[in-house]
Design a protein around this ligand. Structure first.
Ligand SMILES: *[C@@H]1O[C@H](CO)[C@@H](O)[C@H](O)[C@H]1NC(C)=O
Ligand SMILES: *[C@@H]1O[C@H](CO)[C@@H](O)[C@H](O)[C@H]1NC(C)=O
Ligand SMILES: *[C@@H]1O[C@H](CO)[C@@H](O)[C@H](O)[C@H]1NC(C)=O
Ligand SMILES: *[C@@H]1O[C@H](CO)[C@@H](O)[C@H](O)[C@H]1NC(C)=O
Ligand SMILES: *[C@@H]1O[C@H](CO)[C@@H](O)[C@H](O)[C@H]1NC(C)=O
Ligand SMILES: *[C@@H]1O[C@H](CO)[C@@H](O)[C@H](O)[C@H]1NC(C)=O
Ligand SMILES: *[C@@H]1O[C@H](CO)[C@@H](O)[C@H](O)[C@H]1NC(C)=O
Ligand SMILES: *[C@@H]1O[C@H](CO)[C@@H](O)[C@H](O)[C@H]1NC(C)=O
Ligand SMILES: *[C@@H]1O[C@H](CO)[C@@H](O)[C@H](O)[C@H]1NC(C)=O
Ligand SMILES: *[C@@H]1O[C@H](CO)[C@@H](O)[C@H](O)[C@H]1NC(C)=O
Length: 822
């Protein structure tokens, strides 16, 4: 990918805004943008979501049924190696069951995927109860494959269906804590059988399973303990399963019993209850009577889940899906998604259909995690919301919550309350968390920029959103100041950070691992920046100054003398530093695709290099709060542009990892917004598309989804600030409706002329901006005020890539060292 040929900055500064365009001032109403072209209105955005993007090749995307931020995420599990979200789109993989809980786009070990159901039209060789191949390895079957080679699977928000090679059809839908399954057996099935699996989670990590089954009602309750996915803990989960005939009275099961490994044990009529100690594989198996009519037998299963008790799992199911109404549940789930996604409206005129699909699919994936586990927290009692599956905040803080701030402040506020509640009970906000267990920290204390983002944008609405400012500030200060017993799981290595202003390579403290010292230094600096922004708004000027100073500590790991081998012009790098102030050396290419040693920088690498999931070259661009200072350190705007070009041309840009996310937009700070527009559009063209392998890596709990949604909206956020970097949207207009602020904000391109397929060139470079009809002084950023007021932002675009940000330095996006954010 090319960054385009740069102009010298001195030249570009001479290009003034030629004339102030006087576009017709339109009313700030959401319908206005679409009223003029009714054929291009998106009426049901949920129907445009493609849930299969990123469901093979390591995207780990969850394509099953869930509500927005629902706890239950019911989906199909396959035996593929990358089945972190259960599913793989490649039909060579066999189906092992339909389980109730998943995460979306995560790494680590396979999370959740527990309490699988499975159904047999015909069991074993002789169709005998005892011969059923019940173990996870022996029961699995292939899906039906369509003539075009793809599996016969379908999904839309809140619904999933598949046809298996056995002739069975499976459909799934969900409420927050309850899944509903519909099994349609092939015509002629004499003994429709359904299995409940208590033990096989994604890691097969079960201990202490227990199960009760009632041979009259066919109710199964069960529980087991399982391993966390990215941390040392374990968790216990509970389920409650009931069955019902779809359109006929199912009656009592013909046969019922437990299975252990591969043998079904039929229970006698009086044998109602089973208890098991350690069992590797255990569950219940039922044979039902077929439907009395000539048609196929269709059986519904309602599966409640809880982290508290089996009683609560049953209560959840009874309350959420009282009548087992599959279609009503599906309609409600789809409706919830349609309403939420519909808050963002695009005009599709002149836009490739698949771009609209990419946009809504990406937006969809930003509302899968974190998951609303309210009333399901086993660790303490609270009336506050409880959210889980923060996996991890390091991934999502950069773009996901800023997107939420634009259209979904209620969910955002409840997530923030959940983070604050965790801090009040555990001492620190989570950086990473799954299945109620603390997970490993990847960078800093990345709950900080999330709650700060909320506060900066909604501090005038805390009453209606039920968020306590003192609680929020205490949580930030605890992260910033108090060293936890184990900084691998929560908080920061705060003491040395406070005394030294960086994390040295050669200090070994007992309470955490001595790795990723440089990337942690950079993350801590950004986290402190987030604290400073909140302090200032709260009127705490002293803290505002203190934390803003700490936010500048990133300079402490800058070694001005390091160059890239063969490129002496690329000078100055973030580097590991010793306690005594001298630097150690890490090759700038380390962990990049050009690394001669081909090292990895993941958590499990016992590394002394100082960097996490990114090269020194990447991290040398990672100071979002103060890019102006970075430009100074790198030798001025032209050197900075040269370095960005070098990053793209020599393949140091890593689209799979979050520290690279801002890089395509960084030309803005050197007054070359056209180059950002082009680099960001080339990034989309090269790495993100609507195919099943359309993600370059994991979705990371919607981190990549929110990143793509912002790029397509022509925006890039800086969390915990009022700043949005501005480019051109891929649509003639895009509107964000905000239910708390009351009004919709519309960004409209007055002379929209389509999107260049490769991302290169085109009439896409922002030349002038008006906000509610008044000229705005920058082509490079807009302020939160425009969204708060529900403004109409009108952009004029040009084919001239050399457009500057505006007339003078005030048109450049704010940076800390140039007095920004005050
Ligand atoms: C899937 O199952 C089929 C039939 O049971 C078997 O032939 C095939 O090898 C399995 N595929 C994989 C990838 O294990
Ligand atoms: C499965 O088969 C049914 C019945 O033939 C059909 O209606 C459906 O479209 C098929 N595909 C999926 C994914 O459900
Ligand atoms: C099974 O359920 C029936 C109906 O609710 C109940 O009467 C019976 O006591 C249950 N059996 C056991 C062992 O709980
Ligand atoms: C705030 O609390 C009130 C009163 O409990 C409730 O009605 C309202 O829905 C809450 N708002 C949010 C966004 O949770
Ligand atoms: C960089 O090089 C200059 C000139 O040789 C030297 O004075 C300075 O101490 C070096 N800085 C570091 C951090 O090594
Ligand atoms: C600084 O510390 C490092 C690592 O402990 C050591 O190798 C180096 O010699 C020290 N340098 C000075 C000047 O003390
Ligand atoms: C200094 O860097 C080298 C190369 O990465 C590494 O092997 C060594 O362990 C580092 N020294 C310390 C004290 O971190
Ligand atoms: C789609 O994106 C993937 C992942 O980045 C990439 O490997 C693939 O080449 C892209 N496909 C197309 C047709 O652009
Ligand atoms: C959309 O389709 C066009 C034409 O087939 C293709 O060039 C483009 O890469 C696709 N874009 C996405 C995001 O899939
Ligand atoms: C929404 O916009 C209208 C028209 O500009 C304005 O009168 C109203 O105050 C705005 N509402 C809110 C909640 O800002």
């Amino acid at each position: 990918m090319r960054g385009g040929r740069p102009l010298r900055l001195s030249q570009s500064l001479l290009i003034f805004l030629g004339s102030i365009s006087l576009f017709e001032v339109s009313r700030p109403v959401v319908a206005a943008s679409v009223a003029s072209s009714t054929d291009t209105v998106v009426t049901h955005p949920a129907s445009l979501v493609n849930l299969f993007i990123g469901t093979t090749n390591g995207g780990h995307v969850f394509p099953g049924a869930t509500l927005p931020h629902g706890m239950v995420k019911v989906g199909m599990d396959t035996d593929s190696p990358g089945n972190h979200a259960g599913y793989d789109a490649d039909p060579i993989f066999n189906v092992t069951g339909f389980s109730q809980l998943h995460d979306d786009g995560t790494g680590g070990s396979i999370p959740l995927s527990l309490f699988k159901l499975f159904a047999f039209p015909f069991c074993g060789a002789d169709d005998k109860f005892e011969e059923c191949p019940t173990s996870v390895d022996d029961r699995k079957v292939l899906r039906k494959v369509l003539p075009n080679g793809s599996p016969d699977d379908f999904a839309e928000p809140g619904y999933f269906s598949t046809n298996l090679s056995t002739g069975l059809r499976v459909e799934l839908t969900a409420m927050r804590r309850t899944a509903v399954h519909r099994y349609t057996f092939p015509k002629g099935t004499v003994n429709p059988r359904i299995l409940v699996d208590i033990t096989n989670d994604g890691q097969q990590s079960s201990t202490d399973p227990e199960m009760l089954l009632n041979g009259t009602t066919a109710r199964v309750t069960g529980a087991s303990s399982f391993a966390a996915s990215f941390g040392p803990g374990r968790y216990r989960a509970f389920t409650c399963v009931d069955f019902k005939g779809d359109g006929f009275d199912l009656g009592a099961p013909k046969q019922s019993g437990a299975w252990l490994g591969n043998s079904g044990i039929q229970q006698s009529t009086n044998f109602q209850q089973l208890y098991f100690g350690f069992r590797e594989q255990l569950g219940a198996l039922f044979t039902f009577a077929p439907a009395p009519s000539a048609g196929p037998t269709t059986i519904l299963a309602r599966v409640g889940v809880s982290f508290i008790s089996t009683d609560q799992a049953c209560a959840n199911a009874e309350a959420e899906v009282p009548a087992f109404d599959f279609d009503a549940t599906r309609t409600a789930a789809f409706g919830a998604w349609d309403a939420l996604l519909g808050r963002v409206q695009v005009d599709t005129k002149g836009v490739d259909k698949n771009m609209t699909e990419l946009f809504y699919s990406s937006l969809y994936r930003t509302h899968i995690s974190p998951a609303d586990y309210t009333d399901e927290n086993p660790k303490w009692k609270s009336t506050e919301p409880y959210f889980d599956s923060f996996y991890c905040n390091w991934d999502t803080y950069r773009t996901l919550y800023s997107l939420m701030a634009l259209h979904d402040p209620e969910d955002f506020s409840r997530i923030v309350r959940g983070l604050l509640n965790i801090q009040q009970h555990e001492g620190w906000m989570p950086e990473c968390r799954g299945a109620t267990a603390m997970h490993f920290i990847q960078g800093g204390s990345n709950g900080d920029p999330i709650v700060a983002e909320f506060f900066v944008k909604y501090h005038e609405h805390l009453d209606v959103l039920n968020v306590s400012a003192p609680a929020l500030y205490s949580a930030l200060v605890a992260d910033a100041e108090v060293q936890p017993p184990n900084w691998d799981l929560q908080g920061r290595q705060a003491n040395i950070w406070k005394s030294l202003g960086y994390i040295p390579s050669d200090i070994w403290e007992p309470s955490g691992t001595n790795t990723k010292q440089v990337s942690r230094t950079l993350e801590y600096a950004f986290d402190d920046f987030a604290v400073s922004q909140v302090a200032k708004i709260m009127g705490n000027a002293a803290d505002g100054t203190k934390y803003a100073q700490r936010a500048q500590n990133f300079v402490n790991t800058w070694n001005p003398n390091i160059t890239v081998p063969g490129r002496t012009d690329i000078k100055g790098m973030m580097q590991p530093r010793f306690l005594n102030g001298t630097f150690n050396f890490t090759d700038p290419r380390h962990c990049s695709v050009n690394d001669p040693l081909q090292s990895t920088c993941f958590l499990n690498a016992v590394n002394t290099d100082g960097f996490y999931e990114g090269s020194p070259i990447t991290y040398s661009q990672y100071v979002p709060q103060d890019t102006a200072k970075l430009i100074e350190l790198q030798g001025g705007p032209q050197k900075f542009i040269d370095r960005l070009n070098f990053i793209f041309e020599d393949n140091y840009f890593d689209s799979t990892d979050e520290p690279s996310q801002q890089i395509p937009f960084m030309y803005h700070y050197a007054n070359r917004p056209g180059l950002s527009t082009q680099a960001s559009r080339q990034t989309i063209a090269q790495f993100f598309n609507t195919s099943v392998n359309g993600l370059p890596g994991n979705d990371d709990s919607g981190a990549m989804g929110s990143y793509v949604a912002f790029y397509l909206a022509g925006l890039y956020p800086l969390p915990a600030t009022r700043q949005f970097l501005l480019s051109s949207p891929y649509f003639p207009s895009i509107s964000f409706t905000n239910p708390i602020l009351g009004n919709a904000t519309t960004i409209r391109v007055t002379n929209f002329a389509g999107n260049p397929a490769s991302g290169t060139g085109g009439q896409v470079f922002v030349k002038s901006v008006t906000i509610d009809g008044a000229p705005w002084h920058s082509n490079c950023f807009i302020d939160w005020d425009a969204f708060r007021a529900g403004s109409t932002i009108e952009l004029e675009v040009t084919t001239d890539i050399n457009v500057p940000c505006g007339k003078d330095a005030s048109a450049l996006p704010p940076s800390l060292s140039t007095g920004g954010y005050d």
